[in-house]
Ligand binder design. Structure first.
Ligand SMILES: [Fe+2]
Length: 286
């Protein structure tokens, strides 16, 4: 069955704070921003002009410190210094002299939380937020359509299942691994999470699936079966729940709550187009 892709969604992609400058928000505007994020799952602030440092400052002011440290990297001389900051990743193909795409693994459905190391005090239900800021946007994806990032509302997905199936899923948990990593080990911790989880702020129930590397508890020795289970469950979601596609404009800041949405990047041709996006993550301690 063909999945339904929509450009408008009742919750996901809600525009907030029109006309604002994110470097100059009042505390009240920051509270509105966060409240809207928990209520909508994905929010968009348009027409921003941010450096990587300004994006990081806004993130820290809004959500607080991430709680664990990345090692600072030296500045890359081939990339504009305004796009570089401690704690901010650059996605896409930001260098003129290479077609290598950073973040290509994100072209599959996942929650970003599974990349996190296992962290003291950070449970799997935490409010892990990711912000993606569009600096340069490819004119189109490989499908010839405008460049988008796709999202699935996992609260809606849960509610769209019949009560009997929901009850069945409520009994189950999965181990989560980062996308594309199939073999757990010392560097790839398995993190256990119930398939149905309750949002920390809104109390809404939703599905938390990780990516197709997730292993249902009890299937640890049957990885083929685990993958089949995940794919069938995900297919069932796509049959009942529309995919929201955010169409990018330069200057968009797209913010999502990994506790309640999944997302997938859309491939583009790096030999024809440049893409530069800044990514920063935070855990809200609300
Ligand atoms: Fe991602």
């Amino acid at each position: 069955m063909q999945q339904q892709i929509v450009k408008q969604h009742p919750r996901l992609g809600t525009e907030v704070l029109p006309g604002c400058n994110l470097t100059q928000l009042t505390n009240q505007q920051i509270q509105e921003f966060k409240q809207s994020l928990w209520e909508n799952g994905v929010i968009v602030v348009r027409n921003q002009h941010l450096t990587a440092s300004q994006l990081k400052e806004f993130t820290d002011k809004t959500f607080g410190d991430l709680g664990f440290k990345y090692l600072p990297k030296p500045l890359d001389p081939d990339i504009d210094p305004d796009l570089q900051s401690y704690g901010v990743s650059i996605l896409g193909n930001p260098k003129e002299n290479t077609q290598e795409i950073i973040g290509q693994f994100a072209w599959q459905w996942h929650h970003d939380k599974d990349f996190l190391p296992r962290t003291e005090g950070l449970d799997m239900n935490s409010l892990y937020v990711v912000m993606l800021y569009g600096v340069e946007i490819p004119a189109q994806g490989v499908d010839g359509q405008p460049h988008t990032t796709e999202f699935l509302d996992m609260v809606e997905a849960y509610n769209n299942f019949d009560p009997e199936y929901r009850q069945q899923l409520e009994q189950m948990s999965m181990y989560h691994l980062p996308p594309r990593t199939y073999q757990p080990g010392p560097d790839v911790p398995m993190k256990k999470h119930p398939i149905v989880s309750t949002h920390k702020v809104t109390g809404q129930r939703g599905l938390y699936l990780g990516s197709d590397t997730s292993i249902p508890v009890g299937m640890e020795d049957e990885l083929d079966l685990a993958k089949q289970f995940w794919r069938e469950l995900f297919q069932r979601i796509l049959e009942h729940t529309p995919v929201y596609a955010h169409v990018w404009q330069p200057g968009d800041l797209v913010v999502w709550d990994n506790s309640q949405v999944m997302h997938a990047g859309i491939p583009y041709d790096a030999s024809k187009y440049k893409r530069v996006a800044l990514r920063v993550a935070a855990v809200d301690k609300t």
